[in-house]
Design a protein around this ligand. Structure first.
Ligand SMILES: Cc1cc2nc3c(=O)[nH]c(=O)nc-3n(C[C@H](O)[C@H](O)[C@H](O)COP(=O)(O)OP(=O)(O)OC[C@H]3O[C@@H](n4cnc5c(N)ncnc54)[C@H](O)[C@@H]3O)c2cc1C
Ligand code: SF4
Ligand code: SF4
Length: 371
């Protein structure tokens, strides 16, 4: 992949409103900071090739290179990415019940990975009011504090960068597809650093169709309700078309038509719905809100699931074909929309006059996706 410096990152991502605030460029150096959902460069830096640019999922992401490095085969544009199995899952009896978003498979897998020594720390995302925050936790008992989805873009990877600085070598990360892309880019050692050590031991990716802009959501809801009273939020699968706010005792439903204008435009250019670069990916299960869809992609993911099932932390069952068809259609639609939009904006495979691209995908694959 082509790597540039912070100047290009600012020009190509921050100034073009493509930043999703994932946190991958934050806490690497003193210059990039995150505040209430926004990332900013607070001092200029003259480095020609920087980790900030190399890790950012919104510039020069080369999906063929990532796929070859992670899976040993080219990126083929299939709706849900390379995978071994797709199952239905939920937390097993060994996991303390908690207010999970769906079946609690994510919290169950993180808890097990920590207890089992597969990871020595985990990066999770919490929420204060409507502001998401990232934390590096080292005790499995802490996982329950982070259950439920915060449907806002979060600076999760800033806590990963802090963990690396603190010397953790086996870090597990739960994050959205853009965050999994950033982690995958870190893993390929894009700056060819000598004695490179990949500190990511486990990637648990969430499904994500879009997130909400933290500041815009706070502004929208503040004028309608007391945002400090929001206990949890949910966006049930189609055809519900609502954002549900649990206010502790009562629920408020807001039509998605009112919420969609709060989706950052960068999400509309994002091709990945199912966290294709993760070891395992987890989403909700259509029609069964207390279960998860679980995609196993790598040997690490398969090993984790096998052991978690054997020791009572996870239960699994087969996925019916009808669910698979719906999932595939949704993931395919997201890809088509993203690629069409990126082409229209000159952000895909841009090559003329040394112009930089947001993402690079083989031409034949682009044609297949858009067909
Ligand atoms: C922005 C966003 C959009 C989503 N869109 C979809 C979708 O379109 N379709 C679908 O099927 N599922 C979607 N999900 C995933 C779904 O909401 C659940 O997270 C998933 O099914 C896991 O459920 P669980 O019960 O296992 O999670 P839990 O066990 O309750 O754990 C939730 C985990 O999510 C992490 N987390 C919460 N918010 C964030 C965040 N903003 N960024 C990074 N990590 C976070 C927490 O650290 C926690 O570990 C989305 C999630 C998010 C955060
Ligand atoms: S790495 Fe993440 S936070 Fe930084 S500029 Fe890119 S998208 Fe924004
Ligand atoms: S839609 Fe893509 S860019 Fe937006 S939060 Fe989800 S994974 Fe990130």
């Amino acid at each position: 992949m082509q790597v540039y410096g912070s100047k290009e990152l600012v020009e190509d991502v921050l100034n073009k409103d493509l930043c999703i605030g994932c946190g991958a460029c934050v806490d690497l150096c003193p210059y990039f900071k995150t505040y209430k959902g926004k990332t900013a460069m607070i001092f200029p830096c003259t480095v020609q090739q920087g980790r900030c640019h190399a890790y950012c999922p919104k510039t020069e992401s080369d999906l063929t290179e990532l796929s070859m490095s992670l899976f040993g085969k080219p990126y083929d544009g299939s709706p849900m990415g390379h995978h071994e199995k797709i199952l239905i899952a939920r937390a097993g009896d060994k996991v303390h019940p908690a207010p999970f978003q769906a079946g609690g498979a994510v919290s169950a897998l993180v808890t097990f990975a920590m207890k089992n020594g597969m990871v020595d720390a985990a990066v999770l995302t919490g929420r204060t009011g409507l502001i998401p925050y990232a934390e590096l936790v080292t005790e499995s008992e802490s996982v329950a504090r982070f259950t439920t989805s915060k449907y806002m873009a979060a600076p999760t990877l800033s806590a990963f960068n802090q963990g690396v600085k603190q010397g953790f070598q086996k870090i597990g990360v739960v994050g959205t597809p853009c965050q999994m892309t950033a982690l995958a880019q870190m893993s390929i050692n894009p700056l060819h650093t000598e004695n490179f050590k990949d500190s990511v031991a486990l990637k648990i990716g969430l499904f994500c169709t879009w997130a909400l802009d933290t500041r815009k959501l706070a502004a929208y809801l503040s004028s309608r309700l007391d945002i400090t009273g929001i206990k949890a939020m949910d966006i049930p699968p189609p055809p519900a078309e609502i954002l549900v706010l649990d206010m502790g005792g009562k629920t408020i439903e807001i039509p998605l038509s009112e919420i969609r204008p709060l989706v950052p435009r960068t999400c509309l250019l994002c091709p990945d719905m199912t966290s294709e670069w993760a070891d395992v990916s987890v989403g909700v299960l259509e029609g069964e809100p207390k279960f998860n869809t679980l995609i196993i992609r790598t040997r690490t993911g398969q090993d984790l699931v096998d052991k978690a099932v054997a020791q009572g932390f996870l239960t699994i069952r087969e996925m019916p074909a009808v669910n698979l068809d719906h999932l595939s259609a949704a993931a395919s639609n997201k890809k088509k929309r993203a690629l069409a939009g990126a082409m229209e904006e000159g952000l895909l495979n841009t090559a003329e006059n040394g112009k930089r691209a947001m993402m690079r995908i083989e031409k034949a694959v682009v044609e297949r996706i858009l067909a």
